[in-house]
Design a protein around this ligand. Structure first.
Ligand code: AMP
Length: 280
């Protein structure tokens, strides 16, 4: 496994190989969710590159950039275990300093996370596009846990004719149902158990919506009350078309229920499909 740090080293590695290259961009603190993306890339590609970069452009001024978990050695060991071929750990000075260009994806990136974290998706789209230009993958893998991120990247790739295929991978969860996330490390074991209520309530709302074949405001209100009862402060709970991130009232195969809450100072996001054959 090769570790590269400069743009030039990463590009030189790319020039030295042939075949289909899969790419998994991450911010490190790797867990089973990241590993499932890497394993899928490994199955489908001739070689796999992973990037580890805590992207300052996607954090707001009052967010957790400085305390975001960092564990480079453990991450490198996990990549080696999965059989990753290249780990790119870029220098912040090469990736984000003195940047005058920013990618902004209108509409798809404006609501939900975009509204609660102004500038977040500009930071994501700009750096993901830059990583694509450095790593040069044939296919890139993203987790559906970050549903709006998937929609933003898909729009960027389509609008700017970026020559990369995209694969979206279903969320890996704790046995309790809690979506795995690097930020779960901020919660203690009891809080983690309690946090699983978010996924349970999303699933119960999905059954109501399926049954009525319509968005249901009463069920939405009941669930918000239940989340508040356990100390969660909901930012939003909605049904959207996962491609456009626009609200829907009648479900179809693209419908997902999305939610974000603040719980013991930690922001948790999750989403489930309304479509029965998806097993989220
Ligand atoms: P991050 O390191 O949080 O930026 O995540 C890197 C990639 O892993 C993103 O595409 C995430 O959507 C994906 N990811 C994070 N958590 C999970 C999970 N629990 N299941 C599947 N993919 C995930």
């Amino acid at each position: 496994m090769t570790i590269t740090r400069s743009i030039e080293e990463c590009r030189a590695w790319g020039r030295s190989r042939t075949g289909r290259l899969g790419f998994v961009p991450t911010m490190g603190a790797l867990h089973k969710g990241h590993l499932s993306l890497m394993r899928q890339a490994k199955r489908e590609c001739d070689a796999v590159a992973v990037s580890i970069f805590v992207n300052p452009l996607q954090f707001g001024p009052n967010e957790d950039l400085s305390r975001y978990p960092r564990q480079e050695e453990a991450d490198i060991a996990l990549c080696a275990e999965v059989g990753v071929d290249q780990v790119f750990i870029p220098f912040a000075r090469e990736l984000t300093e003195s940047m005058l260009t920013h990618v902004h994806v209108k509409d798809v990136g404006d609501a939900w996370e975009g509204a609660h974290r102004p500038g977040h998706f500009d930071g994501v789209a700009t750096i993901v596009l830059k990583l694509f230009n450095i790593v040069g993958p044939d296919v890139a893998y993203f987790g559906l846990k970050d549903l709006q991120q998937c929609a933003v990247i898909e729009q960027t790739v389509s609008d700017l004719a970026v020559p990369v295929d995209l694969e979206f991978v279903e969320t890996v969860r704790e046995p309790s149902g809690l979506a795995m996330s690097s930020r779960n490390a901020y919660l203690n074991p009891d809080q983690r158990k309690e946090a699983a209520v978010l996924h349970r309530e999303l699933q119960s709302l999905a059954s109501v919506v399926r049954l009525k074949n319509h968005w249901n405001t009463d069920a939405h209100d009941t669930i918000l009350a239940k989340l508040s009862d356990v100390g969660m402060k909901p930012d939003y709970l909605a049904m959207v078309d996962r491609r456009t991130m626009q609200s829907q009232s009648v479900p179809d195969r693209y419908s997902r229920l999305i939610a974000a809450v603040r719980f013991h100072g930690v922001r948790l996001i999750d989403n489930v499909s309304v479509h029965l054959s998806d097993k989220s």
